[in-house]
Design a protein. Structure first.
Lengths: 254, 267
């Protein structure tokens, strides 16, 4: 990882290629080669961004979506981590729950949207539930797999030192599986974003998905494009923050 | 044999252990009996695959005999016994815990308060000469240092018996010698009952107060030899006639078993 810092050349090339792409896009749009309703010029998207930042709308939508992802994802992880560790360490428990997990796992979160709207209405709880339904079963499977990857010798050693089965889960299985759990949850966070944007596209009063859908209704292609760019930027920022957090959480992997 | 000796700390009483594998039923141990007295340093020597590890796993309670029983202080071993502190060849340190946290582990499981834990851990880290490495994580340590942490971790838990399963087999010769000397010093100071498994005859002679030679599979005890060589077993002792005579005696016994096991494999 550190090797990349030694040479700044690739970064310069990346920035240059991005600028070149934007310039070509701008020229193509300004030259009238593409209908602005289909594809607005980058300058128009930027102007829209300035306007929506000015009236606070863009940040409000971004925060609404981010909050929904975070709340839904936190609840899902907080249930999935202890539950997954239990399932991974008990064959009986696993056998009992296996059919339900197998049935839930292949369901795309979108298939829950109609039912969740009937049950919960267009509410925040409904948004959280979509994130939960979309990320819970796959998270659980990641955690079960992570739990099973623990070296059985470490469990033996812990038991030999007087650890109870519960101690083993807390002191050995959880920390031992943590690096793998975290990398699984990072993948799930991407999926949680997919969930929330779909839910907002279908029914919402705020959020980036709503902003995109609303922009489309008024033929504001620049708002639609701005929404897409904003999703990408937000997820990128979250990953950077998460990476810092991960290093703090796993000091022994350094 | 008088297996119900009052003095025996551990009594392995006609234990048989079978495993089912793809090749069918495998008998690892067959009617194995062995007495270990309190304060004894018993080294079990045997060729690879003779069931040494199976034997120690049953004493630790990781495994249960197919027939027969293992008694600790006259009571049958039915589950994992923290009274028997185990030291593994692969160290089995917790990678996410520092040296200090690893050594404190058993004490933490006993719910001993933090300050007290720290004091006890410091004592045993000192004993294995790892001062200054308290805050290090295991992957920063060499193999020999890891095994010293593992020994300190077992001792801090104050077990009555220490079980060592080929603990120095993965170390280089120099480190092994240092650790062997340290182990003898610990044995003389703490007077624990020790069961040590190895395939090295020299290691057995350097460490033990008694040696048990195992047969080829299915494992039994072929021969028990009292090792009364004086401690410390320095170069002088290692070149003495007594040492050579004992070595020849064990070697003859082990060699016969190795040849037998090779016949089984090729025949």
């Amino acid at each position: 990882m550190d090797k990349e810092n030694h040479s700044k050349k690739p970064v310069v090339i990346s920035i240059f290629s991005l600028i070149l792409f934007l310039v070509v896009w701008e020229i193509v749009c300004k030259g009238g080669l593409i209908d602005p309703v289909f594809m607005p010029a980058p300058s128009k998207i930027f102007a829209r961004a300035v306007k929506l930042i000015g009236n606070g709308e863009l940040m409000a939508h971004t925060f609404a979506s981010t909050r929904r992802v975070m709340v839904g994802f936190m609840i899902s992880s907080m249930v999935a981590i202890p539950f997954g560790i239990f399932l991974g360490s008990s064959r009986l428990f696993m056998a009992i729950c296996d059919p339900f997990i197998s049935l839930l796992r292949p369901l795309p979160s979108m298939s829950w949207i109609p039912l969740s709207l009937l049950w919960l209405g267009i509410t925040e709880t409904q948004k959280y539930s979509i994130v939960f339904m979309g990320s819970f079963a796959p998270s659980l499977l990641y955690i079960i797999e992570a739990t099973k990857s623990i070296d059985p010798l470490l469990i033996r050693a812990a038991r030999n030192l007087g650890a109870s089965k519960l101690d083993v889960m807390r002191e050995v299985i959880l920390p031992g599986a943590l690096p793998q759990i975290i990398s699984g949850l990072k993948v799930m966070l991407g999926i949680a974003w997919t969930c929330i944007i779909s839910a907002e596209l279908v029914a919402a009063r705020e959020g980036l998905g709503f902003m995109i859908m609303n922009g489309k209704e008024y033929f504001q292609t620049d708002t639609v494009m701005l929404g897409i760019v904003m999703i990408s930027l937000t997820v990128m920022v979250i990953y950077v923050v998460l990476k810092k957090f991960e290093r703090r959480l796993l000091p022994w992997t350094r | 044999m008088d297996t119900l000796n009052d003095q025996s700390k551990i009594c392995v009483n006609t234990v048989t252990k079978c495993f089912s594998s793809k090749q069918g039923e495998v008998t690892a141990l067959k009617d194995l009996s062995l007495d270990i007295r309190d304060g004894e340093f018993l080294v079990v020597v045997g060729a690879s695959g003779c069931g040494k590890t199976t034997l120690i796993n049953m004493i630790a309670g990781f495994d249960t005999p197919s027939s027969g029983e293992v008694l600790l202080d006259g009571k049958p071993v039915t589950g994992i016994t923290p009274e028997c502190g185990m030291i593994f060849q692969q160290y089995a340190l917790f990678p996410w815990k520092t040296v200090q946290e690893n050594v404190e582990f058993g004490l933490k499981m006993k719910r001993i308060p933090k300050s007290e834990r720290k004091a006890i851990a410091a004592k045993f880290i000192d004993l294995v000469a790892l001062n200054g490495f308290e805050k290090s994580y295991p992957h920063h340590l060499s193999g020999g240092m890891k095994q010293r942490v593992s020994i300190a971790r077992a001792l801090a838990n104050n077990p009555e018996v220490m079980l060592l399963d080929e603990p120095f087999a993965a170390l280089d010769a120099m480190t092994r010698q240092v650790l062997q000397e340290q182990l003898v010093r610990i044995y003389e100071k703490h007077k624990k009952t020790i069961i040590f498994i190895t395939h090295s005859i020299d290691e057995a002679l350097l460490l033990s107060s008694r040696i048990a030679v195992m047969t080829a599979r299915p494992g039994r005890i072929a021969q028990e030899i009292i090792n009364d060589l004086p401690y410390p077993r320095n170069a002088d002792v290692q070149l003495s006639d007594n040492y050579m005579a004992l070595k020849r005696k064990i070697w003859d016994s082990v060699q016969a078993e190795v040849l037998k096991s090779m016949e089984v494999e090729t025949g």
